[in-house]
Write a protein that binds this ligand. Structure first.
Ligand code: SAM
Length: 474
């Protein structure tokens, strides 16, 4: 018998809950919804996943799901009893949790554990893993491998509650089902379905999975190949000892790749934010700027107010003496008298962050020609100073040697010829004090150039990738 369609339930101004054909309940647009509109917003429950010892392995482990009542379900039970205790006054949480709690004490329950998890989303916010237990509206959004909306979790600012909002990533016509992607699924259809089955225990019936059109499949396959290609540097650097520098370098490539693929979700925002943190940590204000702008632009598209929270990222926790402090950037602004007042600083940072939705291309932050000329002049001066310094040093050493050699020379006149032939500096010293400032031996020149190159590059930011990876301390 066909299930009776429940009367539309109030879900908000823009969407309502209805019965779908094959997926139980779902959310439908009541009106035409423009891209980037916040469709729903509600308080959700946040868990510290670490506390319940859910590792990525458990998540993927078929035994975890297949097993009857095994010790593996203990974390679910713990989580549920904590839920009940924590949300005494929340009718929704109480109903779901007590249902789960009852089910959990019956053998053969992996489906119920699954029910719990299908209404949860594992997330890695900041540095700790958390899972979000969705509120009653958010948990009614069905999945699609090419969803027209995305969910997004952000703090309410009180440091306690977590808001989940669902934001349109495409224009959605009235009457269309609103779907989100439960997982990041840059895989071919068969693999996507397998992953969904393993993690969420349903057979996906979304349009992309049902679409056998070779064109779509082919373009999707191309997308995946490209995605793998762009994510390869991070994979590779992860295998090597990952350093912040390497991370930044490959993260930028990935971010650019996401942009080319027109992927616009939390991944992008988080990635740019991480890049910004790395750059800010190293007092690289220009790159901090650049990455923060991208992060802000993505969060904004997702309808998040996280832009506000980005401000602390711009404050470099530690200044590294060697790493390009610029007078233009956020790090130095943070130290400036003018910006000590919080409101002033916030206003300014706000302007900076919001100013460049279409952030300049990476190339544009390379130094201008005239800056380079100026830097070259300075480097030349520095080089001359260093050479002079080295000359003085050499002279001192030479005089010391001379003083030490005089009694020996007297004793062994023949031996002095050999000694002179060996060292240029010593040879010059013997000829007279004007010739004491001799060109440094080749190894010194090389070292000098290396120092100079690095200083120049660090100050300008040019050649950052190549030089940065090799020479910067991590
Ligand atoms: C978070 S709930 C969504 C609301 C659910 N349809 C309901 O009636 O409560 C997730 C469940 O919806 C169903 N579902 C969601 N997306 C689906 C899809 N693309 N294909 C098949 N089933 C889906 C699965 O049963 C899944 O476990």
């Amino acid at each position: 018998m066909e299930p009776t369609t429940p009367p539309p339930q109030p879900a908000g101004r823009l969407c309502e809950i209805r019965r779908t054909k094959k997926k139980g309940l779902g959310l439908y647009a009541k009106v035409d919804i423009a891209k980037a509109t916040i469709i729903s917003e509600e308080i959700s429950v946040e868990f510290d996943l670490g506390k319940y010892k859910f590792s990525a392995a458990t998540w993927e482990d078929p035994e975890f799901w297949e097993g009857t009542r095994s010790y593996r379900l203990q974390p679910v039970e713990d989580a549920v009893s904590d839920l009940i205790a924590m949300y005494k006054d929340d009718a929704f949480v109480q109903t779901v949790a007590s249902q789960l709690s009852r089910s959990l004490s019956v053998p053969g329950l992996s489906d119920h554990a699954n029910l719990f998890f299908t209404n949860c989303q594992p997330l890695k916010l900041t540095s700790f893993p958390v899972s979000i237990f969705f509120g009653p509206i958010t948990c009614a959004f069905n999945h699609s491998c090419s969803g027209n909306a995305t969910f997004n979790a952000c703090g309410t600012g009180d440091g306690v509650n977590l808001v989940t909002n669902v934001v349109a990533i495409k224009p959605i016509k009235a009457g269309t089902e609103i779907t989100i992607s439960y997982m990041l699924l840059p895989f071919p259809t068969a693999e996507r379905r397998l992953r969904l089955r393993k993690s969420y225990r349903f057979e996906c019936v979304c349009e992309l999975c049902m679409d056998m059109n070779p064109e779509t499949t082919e373009s999707f396959a191309k997308g995946i190949a490209l995605m793998k290609e762009i994510e390869a540097p991070i994979e590779r650097d992860n295998k090597k000892q990952k350093t912040p520098w390497l991370f930044f370098k490959s993260a930028l490539q990935v971010a650019e790749g996401y942009r080319k693929l027109q992927i616009k979700d939390m991944r992008c925002a988080v990635l740019w934010e991480q890049c910004a943190s790395v750059a800010a940590y190293h007092s690289d204000a220009l790159r901090t700027h650049y990455c923060l702008r991208w992060a802000a632009a993505y969060w904004n598209t997702l309808g998040s107010d996280r832009t506000e929270a980005l401000h602390p990222v711009s404050l470099s926790p530690e200044k590294h003496p060697h790493w390009g402090n610029t007078t233009l950037g956020l790090s130095s602004m943070a130290d400036n008298e003018l910006f000590r007042s919080r409101t002033q600083k916030d206003a300014l940072l706000g302007r900076i962050l919001m100013a460049g939705h279409e952030a300049e291309s990476y190339d544009r932050i390379k130094p201008k020609e005239e800056d380079l000329a100026e830097k070259e002049k300075l480097a030349e001066q520095k080089r001359a100073e260093l050479l002079a310094e080295l000359g003085e040093e050499e002279e001192k050493k030479k005089k010391k040697k001379e003083a030490a050699a005089v009694p020996k020379k007297k004793a062994k006149k023949k031996g002095s010829k050999k000694q002179n032939g060996r060292k240029g500096a010593a040879c010059g010293a013997e000829k007279g004090s004007e010739e004491a400032i001799v060109p440094a031996p080749p190894d010194q020149v090389v070292r000098l150039n290396a120092v100079e190159d690095r200083e120049q590059t660090e100050a300008s930011g040019a050649g950052w990738e190549e030089v940065g990876v090799k020479t910067r301390p991590h």
